[in-house]
Each structure stands twice: as structure tokens, then as C-alpha cells.
Design a binder for this molecule. Structure first.
Ligand code: SF4
Length: 332
């Protein structure tokens, strides 16, 4: 019975303080739609107990947009698809520092600079390594980077250069990956995740749900994310972009999105679980329900190629929920 299942999971996570097995998580992921709010309530309690009450917010900025040679079928920055996103060269240093200052003023703990590349070439490495100390010193905020797959040498240089957290998404289950990306392998992504940790940076490893993967493949992905031991997991939902091969796919239903937010929290009790792209189109008016289903972090402002809610809307949602922002807890 669902009620017993939830009680047993609560006892394990909140009483014994042990992580659930994948079998236990698989059972929980199959509760009926009517039990999703109860699953979400448990995930919220687990979040408060394992990760604390505060909400972490982060801003992201695309340092180099579009023109990527890879063929990720969900991505409007691929040069292989005819999308409205056009290639834009590097932003200059003043623009980046100004954006970092705006982000810090919102109470963000981190600012992530993102490049649409397979991996950084020497020009990109130099640009990023020049920017990191300037942002840190002038703005006083952690600088995170997302610049594709890395070699061991590149990971070492980023770690030595002061990059706090490196983002590299597994995106989807290993068994589903070849259906949505053919120009690089899941293993390449996995290897970069391991290098990030080996060189002492925090690992941010995100997922993208709703690309046509099965429920079993979502569980497979959760297991694979657990194995790379990330510090942070952004949850993205597919926002089908015009011109991409996945443009015709229907977004996940709000209830299904909440179910998986909760399952990911129950499987990753102490991580920073961040609301990321696609939440507006998927959850609509139910944004705040995600915050009580296991989420404890937000990307505020716009995403890389799509517009997000305004930061004011998100800050007012947190105020309504009486959820304090980590670095601004006295102000909310
Ligand atoms: S590697 Fe990154 S930027 Fe390039 S197509 Fe894939 S998701 Fe988009």
C-alpha cells in the first residue's frame, strides 16, 4: 500500500538516516497520481532534514552563444539545426562583470558563465581564466563555469584558477543518450564529471527530463547521477525549441514533473537540487509546488536561450513560502 511505502521511506531517511536503495526508489516512483502530493510532502521533509531550510540562488550568463558543432537534439545552440538562436561571439569583460553584480544583488551565492562549445579551446580557456579572479575580486561571488567536456589538464587549470563549481550534465540515462546525441558519447560526459571531482572542484551535474525517455530510464539516470556524487543537480524539463529535432515533443505534465522532482530528492537527499530550464512551461502556475517537493535552489532570471520568470516573481514566491535565501536570510 502506498501509505506504508511512504512511511517506510520516511523511517529510512528521517529516522535511520540512510539512503534509499534503487529498488525502494523504483517502488516510490510508481505511486498513483493521487499519491504524488504525499510523495512530494515526504520529499520536502527530507529536503529540510538533510539539506536545511535555505534556498540557494544562482544566475547564469552565456559568455558564448550558439554555433556549437554538437547535435544534442534538445539544444537550440547547435549549429546543425535551423533555430532562431544565432551565434554570438564572446561577451566582453565589462558586460560579464555587470551581469555578475546584478546577480549578486539578488542574493545569489554563485554566478555561472556558460559557453556553447563541445569543450573549451585555448582562447576560451584564457578568457575564462582571466575572468574568474576579476569577478571574484570585484563582485565577491563564487564563479562557476560550464564549458563542455574537459581534459585532465584543463580541469586542473580551472581548479587552480579558482573555478568553484563546474557544470557538466549527464542529461539523460546512458541507455537513452544515443537517441538524442550522436556526436559525442555519454561516457565522455561521465569522464568529465569524474575529472571535475578528481581535481577538487564541486561538481554540478544536471538532468533533462521529458525527451521521450521511459520511467525506467529516469530511474537509471538517477542511479547514474548518484554514482558521480554531485554537489548540485539542476533539474531541467524539455522546453521543445523550434528547429530542433525535439520541437514536436510535448512537455511533461506538471504532475509528472512534480513526481520526478520528489523522486530525485528522495534519491539525493543532501544535494542542492536546483530548478532550471523548462520549469515555466512544464509547471505553469504550480511553480511553488516544486519548492515544496524537494527543490532547494533556483536559477533566477533568463536561461541561455529562453526567457525565465522575472527574478522579482521568484523572490516574491520565496517570500510567500517563507523560504529564506541562503546568503540573504536576514533580508527575506
Ligand atoms: S554540447 Fe552543449 S551547447 Fe553544444 S549542442 Fe550539446 S547541449 Fe548544446
Amino acid at each position: 500500500m502506498t501509505r506504508d511505502l511512504l512511511i517506510r521511506a520516511g523511517d529510512a531517511l528521517l529516522g535511520e538516516r540512510r539512503q534509499l536503495t534503487m529498488d525502494e526508489l523504483a517502488e516510490l516512483s510508481r505511486v498513483g497520481d493521487d499519491a504524488v502530493p504525499s510523495l512530494a510532502a515526504l520529499a520536502h521533509e527530507v529536503r529540510l532534514s538533510w539539506a536545511g531550510p535555505t534556498i540557494d540562488i544562482e544566475g547564469i550568463l552565456s559568455l558564448k552563444t550558439g554555433g556549437c558543432p554538437e547535435d544534442c537534439h534538445f539544444c537550440s545552440q547547435s549549429a546543425r539545426f535551423d533555430t532562431p538562436v544565432k551565434s554570438v561571439p564572446f561577451l566582453d569583460q565589462d558586460e560579464v562583470v555587470a551581469a555578475a553584480k546584478e546577480t549578486a544583488a539578488l542574493g545569489a551565492s554563485g554566478f555561472c558563465i556558460v559557453l556553447a562549445v563541445k569543450g573549451p579551446d585555448e582562447t576560451a580557456m584564457t578568457r575564462i581564466l582571466d575572468l574568474v579572479p576579476v569577478i571574484r575580486d570585484e563582485v565577491g561571488i563564487n564563479v562557476n563555469v560550464s564549458a563542455g567536456t574537459l581534459t585532465s589538464e584543463q580541469a586542473r587549470r580551472f581548479a587552480d584558477g579558482g573555478v568553484h563549481r563546474y557544470n557538466h550534465n549527464l542529461e539523460t540515462a546512458r541507455s537513452f543518450f544515443p537517441e538524442v546525441v550522436t556526436t559525442h558519447t555519454w561516457e565522455e560526459r561521465h569522464d568529465t564529471c569524474m575529472l571535475v571531482r578528481e581535481h577538487g572542484m564541486e561538481l554540478c551535474c544536471g538532468v533533462l527530463l521529458g525527451m521521450g525517455e521511459s520511467r525506467n530510464q529516469r530511474l537509471e539516470l538517477l542511479d547514474q547521477v548518484r554514482q558521480v556524487e554531485p554537489h548540485e543537480v539542476p533539474i531541467n524539463f524539455l522546453n521543445p525549441r523550434p528547429g530542433t529535432p525535439l520541437q514536436v515533443r510535448k512537455p511533461l505534465s506538471a504532475l509528472e514533473a512534480l513526481r520526478w522532482i520528489a523522486v530525485f530528492r528522495l534519491g539525493l537527499p543532501s544535494v542542492i537540487l536546483r530548478y532550471a530550464g523548462g520549469r515555466e512551461i512544464t509547471l505553469g502556475d504550480l511553480q511553488s509546488m516544486g519548492m515544496t517537493s524537494g527543490i532547494n535552489a533556483l536559477i533566477v532570471g533568463n536561461y541561455l536561450t529562453t526567457l525565465g520568470r522575472t527574478p522579482e516573481d521568484d523572490l516574491s514566491m520565496l517570500e510567500d513560502l517563507q523560504m529564506p535565501i541562503g546568503v540573504l536570510s536576514s533580508a527575506i
